[in-house]
Ligand binder design. Sequence first.
Ligand code: SAM
Length: 473
Amino acid sequence: MNLPASLMSSLNNTKGFNKEAFETVHASGEQVVSVRINPLKWSMDNNEWSISNDQSFVSNYQTLIHHSPFTIHSTVPWSSSGYYLSERPSFTLDPFFHAGTYYVQEASSMFLEQAVKQTVDLSKALVVLDLCAAPGGKSTLLQSIISKESLLLSNEVIQTRVQILKENIIKWGSSNVLVTNNDPRDFSKLEGLFDVLVIDAPCSGSGLFRKDPDAINEWSEENVQLCSQRQQRILADAWNCLKEDGVLIYSTCSYSTEEDEDILDWIKEKFKVDGLRLKVDEEWGIDEVQSSTGVYGYRFWPYKVKGEGFFIAAFRKKEETDTVRLKIKHTQLATKQEATLAANWLQSTVGFSFIKQGQHIAAVPTQWNETIQYLMQELKVRYAGVELGTIAKNDLLPEHALAVSTILKTDAVKVDLDLNQALDYLRRNELNVSSEQKGWALAMYNNVPLGWIKLLGNRINNYYPKEWRILMR
Ligand code: SAM
């Protein structure tokens, strides 16, 4: 592996940098594979992931262990639901993966959980913005740790990347979320709306060289400079939307100080903030560093931690900030009749409002329905709450999102599929299963809903989303 010489020399004085260890770990070809379990679909009970309550379809952790193609090696020490795997399986051929029961995430980035838990009171109803969110690793993590009463806005500026973000958010299954496709500058008008602002910034990507050696060819000193300027621009554009006393979490997967400690100094000089210090267990191998102005940051070197290169820091905003007034021009609420149709598909309507866009109905938390309607006016909202379905005549044609959500009624008709049948379903092939029943049913794999099928007596229609179907044989 030909590591860029100018990167290596620029790191010489960086705390924790060890040239030899750095070169060895990159030459080793070792791949660290980790996943994060979805605690909205599973819960932890006596150290085992098990059925959380009657809302969950999944029977227990043993189901995951026995039917997943992977072997869990150990826990990611800074994460409550992260696990290292013994080797990399084919996730594409695992129905549990497509059902959103876990997310494949690089272990160092799971440290976001510590940064948030140590600086934010998560028992409160919070509005959280994940500004650079695609493909959704940090957003699905945030959804797993914020309370049910909180709201996550998951934003991605690049239009072509919004699809994968939306897909991962839908599969995660919770209803307190919005996906938007906006430039950071569009958020400055949402003055003081957010309690937490996560900026996992676009960067030069040196932290991922071991995982993706092709990234080495794209690395250059000029790009580090460009990234640093872009990071400042993103921070400056979004700053206004963070509340006074709100928390900013800044992270990159770059080793370059221009994108890490220098940005912390820039933030400290430009805004009124307190840099926040995090508690880090010595055994984790994470390096605590301080920028020139004394702000704490946390560096992850792949020869010290079991994970890739990563950098993270947290700040509290200490500036007086007004709060935007939510003025709604037109209500988007569904009619009573439409809401009744939608309600037939849910375990409970308590706490939900129904929003209609065109013929599509979505369930959103009532507590946030005004905020969501306001954001629908002000931003390019691509997804809100849980999309339930389309109103056609006096019926609701259910959406895939409803099938994989955590709010679907549990007494829906179910058809159990074995592994081959489940893969056929996910490939959108014809299904060869018999059922006496007729109408909409859930295609199930080991108690986990994969999506909708329609039972027609002599055949079955497969409603797995065409654009998500697996192509691998
Ligand atoms: N947080 C994501 C996760 O954990 O899955 C990874 C985010 S990635 C490091 C940075 C993201 O920033 C990319 O999705 C990229 O498209 C987006 N981005 C690129 N240019 C941007 C800009 N000028 N403003 C905001 N976001 C940008």
